[in-house]
Design a protein around this ligand. Structure first.
Ligand code: SF4
Ligand code: SF4
Length: 172
């Protein structure tokens, strides 16, 4: 069984070690806004939500791409072929979870699970991020997170809507 990335907001401390490590690995800068995962913090409520790409089995980002620049590799990871990308941004609008963004040249970037060894997981000392084959509890957690699918808004707005929903269902 292949490993998947899981996030547990109830364990996340909002420290952003994951996003800092990700941006350092992928872009060579310590800048959470360049990371392939994000953390939505509600500092006044003491709650944080790691937003991750689910490598969706039916991936809207991939289906929306008119040039086949978005593709799924043999291990199930949805990737971007920069050479085929026209920079149209359809994938950005299509991802309901706000997990594709465009760089300064308009080329999208997203999580590729670091070739099977995600750096965010290694940095998360709270164990809010797990890369594993998964058990029933983890799959249930993921299914609950995937239920909220904002159809409009910027990636940031979508992530915030999802995080709000998770916060409400966790804290009542
Ligand atoms: S970028 Fe969005 S739509 Fe594409 S696989 Fe990841 S979560 Fe799914
Ligand atoms: S490293 Fe872990 S605890 Fe810290 S923000 Fe990321 S997911 Fe949350």
């Amino acid at each position: 069984m292949k490993k998947e990335l899981f996030a547990n907001p109830d364990l996340c401390t909002g420290c952003n070690r994951c996003t800092i490590a990700c941006s350092a690995k992928k872009e060579g800068v310590f800048q959470p806004s360049k990371a392939r995962l994000r953390v939505t913090n509600f500092p006044l409520r003491g709650y944080s939500v790691p937003n991750i790409c689910f490598q969706c089995p039916k991936a809207n980002c991939l289906e929306a791409c008119p040039t086949t620049a978005m593709f799924r590799d043999g291990s199930g990871v949805v990737r971007v072929n920069r050479d085929l990308c026209s920079g149209c941004g359809s994938c950005v609008s299509a991802c309901p979870y706000g997990m594709v963004e465009q760089d300064a040249k308009g080329i999208p970037y997203k999580c590729d699970l670091c070739e099977g060894d995600p750096v965010c997981v290694k940095e998360c000392h709270a164990e809010a991020l797990v890369h594993a084959t998964g058990d029933a509890a983890l799959f249930q957690l993921k299914a609950a997170q995937m239920k909220t699918r904002p159809q409009s808004g910027t990636p940031l707005e979508k992530r915030h809507k999802i995080a709000e929903t998770l916060k409400r269902s966790s804290r009542g």
